[in-house]
Design a protein around this ligand. Structure first.
Ligand SMILES: Cc1cc2nc3c(=O)[nH]c(=O)nc-3n(C[C@H](O)[C@H](O)[C@H](O)COP(=O)(O)OP(=O)(O)OC[C@H]3O[C@@H](n4cnc5c(N)ncnc54)[C@H](O)[C@@H]3O)c2cc1C
Length: 523
C-alpha cells in the first residue's frame, strides 16, 4: 500500500514551479501556495495603457533548462510555448552618439566592434568570447547544474587534469579589471561589465567569473511569444497536470515544526497544512529574519544588509518612441559607470547618472518595424539600491531619477513621448512589498568577491524537512538558474524522504532519473 508523501512548496516562482513539477511527476502530493494572485513570481506582467507588459525578466537564456523540466515530466515545451531566437542580442547607445549592436554570431559582432572601435578591439572581443566560453564550460556541470559545492569540492568535480581551466575562471580578479585585458575602449568595458548586473552585482566588485554570463547570452536569447508570463503559466499548467495543487493569494506565515523537523505550514489566515517536507521559494532572507518562525530562522544564514544585490526602478508603459530605432533589447549607457555603482552600492542612493535598459516588447526579428507614430509597449529599467524600511526612497528622489533617465535617453537619440495615464512605475519599495524581507533586492545576495557564489545557501537547510529553491540560493539568480535550483531542491527532498520513507511514492511516467543516480553530489 503506497502512502503518498506530501510536500508543501511556498512560492510559485521559477524555483517553486520547477520543484512542484518534479515532485508531482514522481507521485508526491504537492501543494504550492503563493501570496500573489498567479504563478511566476518575478516573471510577472503588468497592465499599462490597456496592454500587458512583461515587467520582470525579459531576456530568456538557457531554454534547455525548461525543455528538460518538460521532458522530465513527459511533456514538450515546444507544444505549449512558442519560443523564437533573436540573433541580435542588443543595441547599445552612448550619449556621444555612438552605437553598437551585438549579435549571437561572434563574427558579426566582431565586425561591428571593428567598425565601432577598431580591429584591435575586435580581436580582444574574440579572445574575450573564448575566455567566457571556457569559464562557462568549466562551471556548467560542476557548479551551475550541480548542488552547491565548496571550493575544494568544486576542484574535485572539475578534476585534477582540468585545474588550469579552474584557475581560468578568475575568481580573484574583478570583472572590470579582467575586461582591461581585452578592451582598451572604455565603452566596451562598460558594455561587457554590465553582465554583472544580471546577477544584481557591480562589475567593479564581482569576480571575472561572471564573464560566463556573456557566453550564456551569446548562446541564445529567446523571445516567448505572447510574453514571458506564458512560460510561467505553462509551468504552472504542467504542475497541475501532474497532480500538484496550486493555490494563490495564500501567504504562508509560519513553518510548522514537529519533533525537530519542518512538518507543514500555517497561512496568515490560520489554515494549517501538514507536510513531510517544505520547500521555501521565497527569498532565503525571509526565513533568516524570522518571518516564518524562530526555528526556520535558525535554519539558514542571514545575508548581511551590505551584501544585498541590486534593486530596480522600472517603468512599464505604452508610448511613442521617436528617433533612434529600437530593437527588442536596448541599453543606454551612463557617462561614468563607476560613479553609477558607487552611488548604488557605496551611497545607497539612486544613481545621478543612470544606465537605462529599454525593452521594446512589440519588436522581434520577424515582425515588421513599429510605425514611429504608433504607441508601443516599453519596459524601462534602471538599477537601484536597497534601503532600510525606515529610510525608503522619497518621491522627490524617484521623480528626479525618472526625469534624469528620460532626459538621458533623449541625449542618446531616443525621445519617448509618454502618456502619464499609460505608465506603471515599480520602485524598490514596491519590490520589497512583493518579495518580503528583501528590501527590494531582486537577486538575493550580490556576487561580490570570490566567496559570494559559495556563500549562497544550498537546497538543504539546517532544519530537517525544510529546503530552499529560488534565485537567492544556489546556483543563483536568473529565471533558468532559479528553475535549476527548484529541481535541485526536489531531488534533495526525494533523496531524503526515500531514506526515511514509510513507502515509496508511486512511480510516474516521465524521464526524471532516480534521486540516487543524480544526487551523488548533493550537499
Ligand atoms: C525587473 C526584473 C528583471 C529581471 N530580468 C531578468 C532577465 O531578463 N532574465 C532572467 O533570467 N532573469 C531576470 N530577472 C531575475 C529572475 O526573474 C529571477 O531570478 C527569477 O525569476 C526568480 O525566481 P524564484 O524562483 O526565485 O522566485 P520568485 O520570482 O522570487 O518568486 C517567489 C514567489 O514566492 C512567493 N512568496 C514569497 N513569500 C511567500 C510567502 N510567505 N507565502 C506565499 N508565497 C510567498 C512570492 O509571492 C513569489 O511569487 C529579473 C528580475 C526582475 C525583478
Amino acid at each position: 500500500m503506497t502512502v503518498k508523501r506530501r510536500v508543501v512548496v511556498v512560492g510559485a516562482g521559477m524555483g517553486g514551479l520547477a520543484a512542484s513539477i518534479a515532485l508531482s511527476t514522481r507521485g508526491f502530493q504537492v501543494t504550492t501556495l503563493d501570496a500573489a494572485d498567479g504563478p511566476g513570481g518575478k516573471m510577472r506582467e503588468v497592465e499599462a495603457g490597456g496592454r500587458l507588459i512583461d515587467a520582470g525578466p525579459t531576456v530568456l537564456t538557457m531554454p534547455w533548462v525548461f525543455e528538460q523540466i518538460f521532458e522530465d515530466a513527459g511533456a514538450r515545451l515546444s507544444e505549449t510555448v512558442a519560443l523564437s531566437r533573436t540573433m541580435r542580442l542588443a543595441r547599445h547607445a552612448w550619449g556621444d552618439g555612438s552605437r553598437l549592436d551585438l549579435y549571437s554570431d561572434v563574427d558579426q559582432s566582431a565586425e561591428a566592434i571593428a567598425d565601432f572601435a577598431g580591429a584591435r578591439e575586435a580581436d580582444g572581443y574574440r579572445r574575450f568570447c573564448k575566455r567566457a566560453e571556457s569559464i562557462y564550460r568549466t562551471l556548467r556541470d560542476s557548479f551551475i547544474c550541480g548542488s552547491r559545492p565548496g571550493p575544494v569540492e568544486l576542484a574535485m568535480r572539475v578534476g585534477l587534469s582540468r585545474l588550469p581551466d579552474l584557475m581560468g575562471i578568475s575568481p580573484f580578479t574583478t570583472l572590470s579589471r579582467a575586461l582591461e585585458d581585452h578592451f582598451a575602449d572604455p565603452r566596451l568595458r562598460q558594455l561587457f561589465g554590465r553582465y554583472a548586473t544580471y546577477c544584481g552585482s557591480s562589475p567593479f566588485l564581482a569576480p571575472a567569473t561572471l564573464m560566463l554570463v556573456a557566453h550564456v547570452e551569446r548562446e541564445g536569447v529567446w523571445i516567448v511569444e505572447g510574453g514571458m508570463a506564458r512560460l510561467a503559466e505553462a509551468l504552472a499548467e504542467l504542475a497541475r497536470a501532474r497532480g500538484a495543487e496550486l493555490r494563490f493569494c495564500r501567504r504562508v506565515a509560519r513553518i510548522l515544526i514537529k519533533e525537530g523537523r519542518a512538518a507543514g505550514v500555517e497561512t496568515d489566515d490560520g489554515e494549517r497544512i501538514a507536510a513531510d517536507a517544505v520547500i521555501w521559494n521565497g527569498d532565503a532572507a525571509a526565513l533568516a529574519d524570522g518571518s516564518a518562525g524562530p526555528e526556520a530562522a535558525r535554519a539558514v544564514g542571514a545575508t548581511p544588509a551590505a551584501q544585498r544585490s541590486l534593486s530596480a526602478l522600472t517603468w512599464a508603459m505604452t508610448a511613442r518612441a521617436e528617433g533612434l530605432p529600437l530593437v527588442r533589447h536596448n541599453v543606454f549607457f551612463s557617462r561614468d559607470y563607476r560613479a553609477e555603482f558607487d552611488d548604488i552600492f557605496g551611497r545607497s542612493r539612486l544613481p545621478e547618472g543612470p544606465t537605462v535598459y529599454v525593452c521594446a516588447q512589440d519588436r522581434d526579428e520577424a515582425a515588421s518595424p513599429v510605425e514611429s507614430h504608433a504607441e508601443q509597449r516599453l519596459f524601462c529599467l534602471v538599477n537601484a539600491p536597497t534601503r532600510p524600511a525606515d529610510r525608503p526612497l522619497t518621491d522627490a528622489e524617484i521623480i528626479s531619477c525618472e526625469e534624469t533617465c528620460f532626459q538621458m535617453l533623449e541625449r542618446s537619440g531616443l525621445r519617448i513621448v509618454k502618456n502619464p495615464g499609460s505608465i506603471r512605475r515599480t520602485t524598490p519599495e514596491d519590490f520589497a512589498t512583493l518579495y518580503p524581507s528583501t528590501r527590494g533586492a531582486l537577486y538575493g545576495r550580490a556576487t561580490h568577491g570570490w566567496r559570494a557564489s559559495f556563500a549562497r545557501a544550498g537546497s538543504k537547510t539546517r532544519l530537517p524537512g525544510l529546503y530552499l529553491a529560488g534565485g537567492s540560493v544556489h546556483p543563483g539568480p536568473g529565471a533558468p538558474m532559479a528553475a535549476l535550483s527548484g529541481r535541485q531542491a526536489a531531488m534533495r527532498v526525494m533523496l531524503d524522504l526515500a531514506s526515511t520513507r514509510r513507502s515509496y511514492p508511486a512511480a510516474m511516467p516521465g524521464g526524471m532519473s532516480t534521486p540516487s543516480a543524480t544526487m551523488a553530489n548533493m550537499d
